[in-house]
Design a binder for this molecule. Sequence first.
Ligand code: UDP
Length: 328
Amino acid sequence: MAILVTGGAGYIGSVTVEDLRLGGEDVVVVDNLVYGHRSAVDESVPFYKGDIGDHALIERILDEHKVAACMHFSAYAYVGESVDDPAKYWENNVYQTIGLLGVLLDRGVRRFVFSSTCASYGEPQYVPIDENHTQSPTNPYGWSKFIIERILESYDNAYDLKFVALRYFNAAGATERLGEDHEPETHLIPLVLQAASGERDHVSIFGNDYPTPDGTAIRDYIHISDLSRAHLLALDYLKNGGASEFINLGNGDGYSVKEVIETACRVTGKEIVSQNVPRREGDPSKLVADARKAREVLGWNPGFPKLEQIIESAWRWHQSRPDGFCDE
Ligand code: UDP
């Protein structure tokens, strides 16, 4: 039986594909390569280029492989873009996911691991944020994930779909072979490393008037190998008959934008010039996870919990592949 991985050529998906295979699973990838990289997926993995909303394609995949479960990574994930062009997010993240779920259910695939997000909480009322915290997203990206979570609940109720929705905090870092290569790049750590390596002359700090100790926004950065591991555990959990769950994935430590830049200066030994600019619309001030449930329900334990380790791994990857994947 195979695991269908949507968005398996993307940043988090590709690492999970590699780990699934190391764990002995058969994997099938579907990715439209809008943001993913073909070379991030090993040639030996069955690969289908196309949209998850393409019913005929998903049906063909399910005809050609015995699929036991789906891990659904594919989505647009730019907070700022989602504010400027929300239609893209409703269409891709919501509408196409509904199409995917419809085909999976038609064909009896009832195990689903979903990439959700801490952006579904919105401005926190308390930190660390546990899974019972109210969800009131501050941008269409967060809403698009929130809506799919509600759809999953209703599908469990009506059609017995069993899911784990993993609410990621800030994915970062790299493995030896796979790392973060977005076009355009908007994420803090890769941008900071580009500034360290001289590819850009500075990094912008989006807002220095947040209600945080140094005025810059705080996030909980989690290594992608730890994220990937949680997906494998979620899959085992569902295979063992686990009930549907919403689970945070973070380290429980918050770092401000300034602290990320300072840590990157230490790790790289380079000077990193920063410039204060206004806040980015849709950004909450502080997102830090209470990830106890991941430990309790999934038995998850982060292997790389320290920001230094995360940035070190990203820096190693950045130096080994300064131009990223260079394919699609
Ligand atoms: N950020 C920043 N400058 C940048 C990119 C990001 O100050 O060039 C900030 C952003 O406002 C947020 C944090 O860094 O507070 C992490 O942003 P990122 O885009 O990496 O992830 P997000 O939290 O949006 O998922």
